[in-house]
Write a protein that binds this ligand. Structure first.
Ligand code: HSE
Length: 306
């Protein structure tokens, strides 16, 4: 077999109080990626979508991730990649991670599983560096491992998968552009110790709530004293979306990654649908186009489709 097709899911990073360390996978939307092993020592990228992403391998997130992988084994062969993106670039739900993780997981399948998931995440982080200027792993980790993941350390990379109850995410993607690099540049470089204590108390409780399946504790833990207060000014009607979602029964939520998407968690599909309707009624008051996704938390990351 020299060709494989994978589905690479969208991911939500930060999860309110876990800036740069916590993330989860969605079941949908996902990108569709075909990878073919070729004899020539080159990488060729083709996009079958209309987003106008660069196809030069050194300018493409999947290209740089595959280059890192090929360099790690001093390969004398290459890969051809065809990407159909269903996750809009710049949406804040891990579009770049889906491309880079999908490419390396597919390539590794063709190589008989030569690399571990952790090594694949390392390669995919090259794509994150290209896309945002920062080698963060909180989208890459859930995209490859699935479910909820903690990035205990980005360097050296250490990823922890955690248990979680059945949960649904409602995600709204307002069609405005927020560059991750810009959303990072406005964050404080230092924080008061008291804020740090409140933040890591919430993060520890959030992880405990997932293990216990304690949705009340999860709700109390989804509070961010450091990032959300600064970034929410970039997202029109952030407070109204959150308020309407909580009134409709959402457990909690906030900004997905660096935005502009926002996510809300619910304990049932019926509640996730009601939350979507509430968010829709808030956003139809604006002149901003938007997409809404409703998805269970994805238990698997990148999956082989054929
Ligand atoms: N954790 C990163 C951030 C995710 O919030 O900047 C960006 O996709």
């Amino acid at each position: 077999m020299d060709t494989v097709r994978v589905h690479a899911p969208a991911t939500v990073s930060n999860v309110v109080c876990g800036f740069d360390c916590l993330g989860f996978a969605l079941s949908e939307p996902f990108d569709e990626i075909n990878v073919r092993k070729i004899d020539e020592p080159v990488i060729r990228i083709a996009h079958k979508d209309d987003f106008g992403l660069p196809t030069e391998p050194e300018q493409n997130v999947a290209g740089v991730a595959l280059r890192a992988m090929l360099d790690a084994m001093q390969a004398d062969f290459g890969f051809e990649v065809e990407i159909t993106k269903n996750i809009k670039p710049g949406s804040g739900i891990g579009s770049s991670s889906a491309s880079s993780c999908g490419a390396v997981v597919a390539a590794n399948h063709l190589l008989g599983g030569r690399f571990s998931d952790l090594e694949l995440a390392e390669f995919a982080m090259e794509g994150e560096k290209l896309a945002s200027g920062s080698r963060h792993a909180d989208n890459v980790a859930p995209c490859i491992f699935g479910g909820f993941t903690i990035v205990r350390s980005a360097d050296p990379l250490d990823i922890v998968s955690i248990e979680f109850p059945h949960l649904f995410a409602t995600v709204i993607h307002p069609q405005i552009e927020i560059k991750t690099a810009d959303a990072r540049a406005i964050l404080p470089k230092q924080i008061p110790l008291a804020d740090a204590v409140r933040q890591w108390s919430n993060l520890a409780s959030l992880v405990a709530s997932l293990y216990k399946g304690d949705l009340d504790l999860l709700a109390r833990s989804m509070d961010d004293f450091i990032v959300e207060p600064v970034r929410k000014s970039l997202i029109p009607k952030f407070d109204e979306v959150k308020e309407a979602s909580l009134a409709s029964g959402a457990i909690g939520g906030g900004i997905s990654g660096s935005g502009p998407s926002m996510f809300m968690l619910s304990g049932s599909l019926a509640t996730a649908n009601s939350v979507a309707e509430s968010i829709r009624s808030v956003y139809t008051q604006t002149d901003i186009d938007f997409n809404i996704y409703i998805s269970p938390i994805g238990r698997s990351g990148v999956a082989i489709a054929s």
